[in-house]
Design a protein around this ligand. Structure first.
Ligand code: RIB
Ligand code: CA
Length: 314
């Protein structure tokens, strides 16, 4: 048995972030969650850091270290997504307020300190929200980007366009300046864009399988999804909620479920019309240097089988 992969989850819970965190915490033999760093995104920071602790306690893991990070993007005004995730950010299930404490250290300092303390190339960053915390860490400590094993993030879109503007996906749109810093930092990046997450849809049978687990986690995930899906069903007419962020965790556990291309991806940070667009050179029509593995497809049945089987462990 190999040693578990060390990860830091950077997140803005968010129902789909919650499922991604639950999946990670359900697999301690494969993933060692060194910490969960919270950022403003789906809802303000005061709620994302609270929601992260609610999810850790739902998983029965109150010992996980949860840190609060940036409460606004690097340069722009915060845009939130209560219209998708509800007022609390975790609408759907009724879950108790957290008892576990928030760490006093700032999330950005935790990211820097951890990357410097752990052997180089042994820590994976898993951003599930706007990239403000990660960008700030790279900016404050330029030495750490080279120490990152891999960044596996949810964000962007190419064939799917955008979900918050016609051209931009929410995580990148909220802080495009941060995204530019991260995509240019030189660390190996795997991107889970809408192109793949829109293929990971929680259809009714799949949601019924969560409920059929008969556990508090299974029920909570089913109720989160029941709430979360209405935005995408209305907008896209899709057959269920796209489980965006759990694609990151599933990739760490079973990368063979996913396919993509190593291409150049750049971020629009100037034009108001296309702000936050991930300009993905999927067809390699430019000479720009490939800097990211951009995922385009997933074995959806395999993904949900993995997710359901692992969640049953909590
Ligand atoms: O666009 C989807 C992404 O934005 C997901 O990470 C969701 O949680 C929100 O953060
Ligand atoms: Ca998220």
């Amino acid at each position: 048995m190999s040693t578990p992969r060390k990860i830091i989850i950077d997140t803005d819970p968010g129902q789909d972030d919650a499922v991604a965190i639950l999946l990670a915490l359900a697999c301690p033999d494969e993933l060692e969650v060194l910490g969960i760093t919270c950022v403003a995104g789906n809802v303000p920071l005061a709620l994302t850091q609270k929601n992260a602790r609610i999810v850790c306690e739902l998983a029965g893991k109150p010992e996980v270290r949860v840190f609060a990070g940036c409460d606004a993007p690097l340069k722009r005004k915060l845009v939130t997504a209560e219209h998708v995730h509800g007022k609390t950010g975790l609408d759907g299930p009724v879950l108790p307020d957290p008892v576990m404490q928030l760490e006093s250290q700032h999330a950005v300092d935790f990211i820097i300190e951890t990357l410097r303390a752990e052997p180089s190339g042994t820590v994976t960053l898993c951003p599930l929200g706007p990239l403000t915390n990660v960008a700030k860490a790279f900016d404050q400590a330029p030495d750490i980007a080279a120490r990152v094993q891999e960044i596996v993030l949810m964000g962007g879109g190419y064939f799917e366009g955008g979900n918050i503007t016609p051209t931009a996906e929410f995580n990148i749109y909220v802080d495009p300046d941060a995204a530019k810093i991260v995509f240019e930092a030189g660390a190996p990046i795997v991107v889970m864009p809408l192109d793949v997450t829109h293929k990971a849809l929680v259809t009714k049978p799949r949601n019924d399988a969560f409920r059929a687990l008969g556990t508090p986690v299974g029920l909570a995930v089913a109720e989160m999804t029941d709430f979360f899906e209405r935005f995408d069903k209305e907008k896209y007419g899709s057959s269920g909620a796209p489980l965006h962020d759990p694609c990151v965790t599933a990739y760490l556990l079973k990368p063979e479920l996913f396919t993509g291309r190593h291409i150049n991806v750049e971020i629009e940070t100037v034009s108001e019309l296309t702000l936050g667009m991930t300009v993905a050179d999927w067809w390699r029509v430019t000479e720009r240097k490939p800097n990211a593995t951009f995922i385009g497809d997933v074995d959806a049945d395999g993904f949900f089988a993995l997710l359901t089987e692992r969640l049953a462990r909590l």
